[in-house]
Design a protein around this ligand. Structure first.
Ligand code: SF4
Length: 152
């Protein structure tokens, strides 16, 4: 069973109110049709609205956020770290209850990014590191896979 970023499943939960391009992900479509995918949006689960201001991790990666050593901040300068932590905890709970052992998550997101995230300066600069949910899932032994490995 796969936990999957909700925006990859056609749900309009991205910060700008759009969904990901499902046509790029036929394997995810198959998982959904077979009942093998559980969609979650950790940002929405953390209480953030749609649409919302873009946010980035500043001062580190998702792992650093879990350790209390970095924050998630939006373009207005609001600290939304607690929303990201709460959303990740809720997504983990859903994943465990559904029996998921793997997750397919949207790259570059401060919540879902699996190996690349923006550096917190809102200048489209990427650094290596994962988002808050991806980091939490790895702590709990999940295999975390980038959407880019599923895109066709
Ligand atoms: S938090 Fe994850 S699921 Fe939600 S819109 Fe961002 S990338 Fe998609």
């Amino acid at each position: 069973m796969y936990l999957v970023s909700s925006c990859l499943c056609g749900n309009k939960c991205r910060y700008n109110g759009s969904a990901g391009d499902m046509a790029k992900y036929p394997k995810i479509r198959d998982f959904l049709a077979q009942g093998l995918a559980v969609p979650v949006c950790p940002e929405v689960l953390g209480g953030l609205p749609v649409p919302r201001l873009p946010a980035e991790i500043t001062g580190g990666t998702g792992t650093c956020v879990l350790q209390g050593n970095a924050k998630v901040v939006n373009t207005a300068g609001d600290d939304v770290t607690e929303n990201y932590l709460e959303g990740a905890r809720k997504a983990l709970e859903i994943a465990l209850q559904a029996g998921c052992t793997k997750a397919i998550l949207k790259e570059r997101s401060p919540a879902c990014g699996t190996g690349l995230i923006y550096d917190g300066r809102f200048q489209r600069n990427l650094i290596q590191g994962s988002g808050v949910l991806a980091a939490l899932l790895r702590v709990h032994g999940f295999t975390v896979i980038s959407d880019e490995d599923f895109a066709e």
